[in-house]
Design a protein around this ligand. Structure first.
Ligand code: ADP
Length: 298
């Protein structure tokens, strides 16, 4: 029982600059750090720090970065039995953050690219026992599609965070319980930059519930019966890296705990907002006590 995350594991190399460089420009950084990241691992850590039982299915390379990532998840209390070691470099991300907390990110998939359907198949029993499976798009699309098909056979709920943006085959939409695009991803999937029309288009494709994350504006929710905005918490953010991952991890936890939708989205907004207060990916993900206090105080 609990949450199974099927997704990427990366080592993040983060650098801070006064402003993002233009094409062809070289600028000096005033800060550099190496931290564990990857959307899959971030969402697993986010959910685990919020108190959920989490298992991760993913892949790392046979290198020191892979060892560090694996040990990091073990230290968080995450079940790492589903993490494969493959013959490739561990995935990495080059992240640049400016003074305003805006970022650019370049991802090298490495080992993540070798997480195939055969790996997922071996963990059919784990997926069958899960309350919810959480996926993103930093592993091969074929693996994502196969996992969603499997969750449908096994009657396990699915949250798909369609990031980074990529088109999806039409037949899987009907098996997605919650899809969580940001505005850019929604536009790519739906063909419109109108949030409400775009969400409706995804419902028409068969998704049960749509949650669009809107950065400092919070999020928008739509299902067949209702739709509403949930305001973000007002914070002085320093780095929005992993805010979306924190949000998705929190949403999965809320689903497992049976929270109502409005309460779930307020909870996820709180976790997302707290994540923007610190630099980095996994380092900045908050624990349950911090989140409860923050939501109470705000
Ligand atoms: P992504 O990083 O995937 O594009 P968003 O930027 O939409 O995702 O952020 C995800 C969630 O994190 C938002 O829905 C919101 O709850 C929270 N969040 C992000 N940026 C801020 C901010 N500047 N202030 C408050 N909350 C934020």
């Amino acid at each position: 029982m609990g949450i199974v995350v099927v997704g990427s594991m990366n080592m993040d190399y983060t650098t801070k600059v006064d402003r993002l460089p233009r094409e062809g420009e070289t600028i000096m950084s005033n800060f550099f750090t190496t931290v564990a990241g990857g959307k899959g691992a971030n969402q697993a850590v986010a959910a685990s720090r919020l108190g959920a039982n989490v298992s991760m299915i993913g892949a790392v390379g046979c290198d020191s970065a892979g060892e560090v990532l694996l040990q990091g998840l073990k230290d968080e209390g995450i079940d790492t039995g589903g993490i494969y070691k493959v013959d490739s470099a561990t995935g990495n991300a080059m992240i640049t953050v400016d003074n305003g907390g805006n970022n650019t990110i370049v991802v090298y998939p490495g080992a993540n690219r070798y997480l195939g359907r055969e790996h997922i198949k071996e963990f059919t029993h784990v997926i069958g026992e899960a309350d919810v499976v959480v996926l993103q798009l930093e592993i091969p699309l074929d693996t994502v599609v196969y996992t969603i098909e499997l969750t449908n056979e096994l009657k396990t709920s699915v949250i798909l965070n369609p990031a980074p943006a990529a088109s999806l085959p039409d037949h899987i939409y009907k098996w997605i319980d919650i899809i969580t695009p940001n505005e850019t991803e929604l536009e790519l999937l739906s063909g419109t930059d109108d949030i409400e029309k775009g969400s409706r288009a995804l419902l028409d494709l068969g998704v049960k519930r749509v949650v669009v994350t809107l950065g400092s504006k919070g999020c928008f929710y739509m299902d067949r019966d209702e739709s509403f905005y949930v305001d973000a918490f007002k914070v002085d953010s320093v780095d929005t890296t992993a805010a979306g991952d924190a949000f998705n991890g929190a949403l999965a936890v809320a689903m497992v705990e049976g929270m109502g939708m409005k309460e779930s989205l307020r909870f996820a907004n709180g976790v997302g907002a707290l994540t923007t207060l610190k630099l980095g990916a996994q380092d900045s993900l908050p624990h349950r006590r911090e989140v409860e206090k923050f939501i109470e105080d705000n």
